[in-house]
Design a protein around this ligand. Structure first.
Ligand code: GLA
Length: 456
């Protein structure tokens, strides 16, 4: 969804649509993740910021249990459904699924007896860009349902509930996007820890901005990128299962993030040594994993490799890259901790180096970059960004650069010229003109506030 409208225009649109006045206005921002990619579902921290692009909802209560939703972008069709714990899915990729995800999660709350709402949505977060427009839509929907029911919920509890609730759409993401949407703060990055969710604030470097540039490769997590994305949490679940089988720790690990609590892990000098001694193959086929776990291949699939609908995920032809994925997760977790330390000293040069190392690890070990994202970060670094990396799930979407305020124009001009006008025009001309966010391909932001609830 991508459409700039003022609050008054959105309120007018609501009145035109529902012939009544809205009682609340909700805003839920998108995000960029500065560092800590694919660490959240592993129980390691992340360091995102909210950005000043939002989904805005004007809403009013309904006496019945129906939810009526409309959108200022006519590409997103109006929809009505009944609030319940088991709301039937719309076809994959439809925007109403994100509203339904929030609605069915809230309807499952044992203390809530909820009624429906009328809601009018407007968004200016570029879609399929890795800027978390989907989680902003889920959070905006949840806050609208709560506010029109005069219900308040602790934001930590809400963020956790919506992280799991969003699995309704088929993705198996972690909890970063929902938490930053609620906890973002102007001028700050948010260090988010998981299991249980905790947030703390880290000052964003003075006199710096974040340049965000769309690679023009769509990163639609409900389209092709869905399988690619979900495969990464699956590989991490398999890594955890293999470590449990190899070391037989007491108690067993729930996720890779638990490793740091165990003596067998601490006895290694570094992560590489742990990986080399633990995973004796570079790539694991289903049969290898089944043998180590002492299970049948079928039961490995049932336990670790099912989609939301209980369908087995397609298995990668060249096997699961378990050591590489584990190495990324462990080194990325270290980089987040180091980033918080250097940011406390306002050391943007050191932070930039950590961002660069993170991108390389995302590319080489986690295999979530693309040639386009690699080109973008190269251009940003060469034109003056102390650090640049992909942001979000990967497989397309945006790259970000940490840039001194004085250099923002220079970096943006270089990206326009060298990336869109030369690289893309020569290598992937078919991508020019396909983006729904054309007027905002490259821009700069500073960390913005999180979600907002305004009674009207
Ligand atoms: C997506 C998911 C997040 C996180 C990132 C990668 O945005 O929704 O939970 O896993 O990818 O860091």
């Amino acid at each position: 969804m991508y459409q700039s409208r003022t609050d008054n225009e959105i309120i007018k649109d609501f009145v035109g649509c529902f012939k009544t006045q809205p009682t609340v206005l909700i805003k839920a921002p998108g995000r960029v993740n500065l560092i800590g990619e694919h660490t959240d579902y592993n129980g390691f921290p992340v360091l995102p910021v909210s950005i000043p692009f939002v989904i805005t909802v004007a809403a009013s209560p309904r006496p019945d249990k129906n939810i009526h939703i409309n959108n200022s972008n006519t590409q997103y069709k109006s929809k009505s459904f009944e609030l319940s714990q088991n709301i039937p899915h719309s076809p994959t990729g439809e925007w109403s699924n994100y509203v339904k995800a929030a609605a069915s999660a809230l309807a499952s709350h044992p203390d809530f007896k909820l009624h429906g709402m009328n809601a009018f949505f407007n968004g200016d977060i570029p879609a399929s860009a890795g800027l978390s427009s989907s989680s902003a839509l889920v959070i905006a929907s949840a806050l609208s349902i709560l506010a029109t029911n005069s219900r308040k919920m602790d934001f930590l509890e809400l963020a956790e509930m919506m992280a799991f609730g969003e699995h309704y759409v088929g993705t198996q993401g972690g909890g970063m996007d929902q938490a930053i949407c609620l906890f973002g703060k102007e001028g700050y990055a948010v260090k988010i820890n998981f299991f249980p969710l905790r947030c703390s604030y880290v000052k964003f470097p003075e006199n710096h901005s974040i340049v965000v540039a769309h690679s023009l490769v769509r990163a639609a997590k409900t389209e092709d990128a869905l399988f690619l994305y979900n495969l990464r949490p699956a590989e991490c679940r398999l890594a955890t299962a293999l470590i449990n089988a190899i070391y037989n720790p007491e108690p067993q690990l729930n996720r890779l993030g638990n490793l740091i609590d165990y003596d067998f892990f601490k006895s290694y000098n570094n992560h590489e040594q742990f990986i080399d001694n633990t995973f004796l193959q570079k790539s694991y086929f289903l049969s290898d994993i089944a043998q180590i776990l002492g299970n049948s291949a079928e039961s490995v699939v049932q336990k670790y490799l099912l989609t939301r609908d209980g369908v087995p995920m397609p298995v990668p032809k060249d096997g699961f890259k378990i050591p590489q994925r584990t190495l990324h997760v462990l080194t990325e977790a270290d980089r987040v901790e180091k980033s918080c330390k250097v940011l406390e000293k306002n050391d943007s040069t050191a932070f930039g180096k950590l961002m660069n190392a993170s991108h390389n690890s995302c590319d080489e070990d986690y295999s979530i970059s693309t040639p386009e994202l690699n080109e973008l970060v190269k251009i940003m670094r060469a034109s003056g960004a102390p650090g640049a990396r992909l942001t979000g799930a990967g497989f397309g979407g945006c790259a970000i650069g940490l840039v001194r305020d004085n250099d923002v124009k220079k970096v943006i001009d270089s990206v326009r010229k060298l990336y869109y006008n030369i690289y893309i025009a020569n290598k992937r001309p078919e991508l020019l003109g396909t983006s729904d966010s054309h007027s905002k391909l490259v821009f700069s932001v500073k960390p913005a506030r999180g979600a907002l609830i305004k009674q009207l």
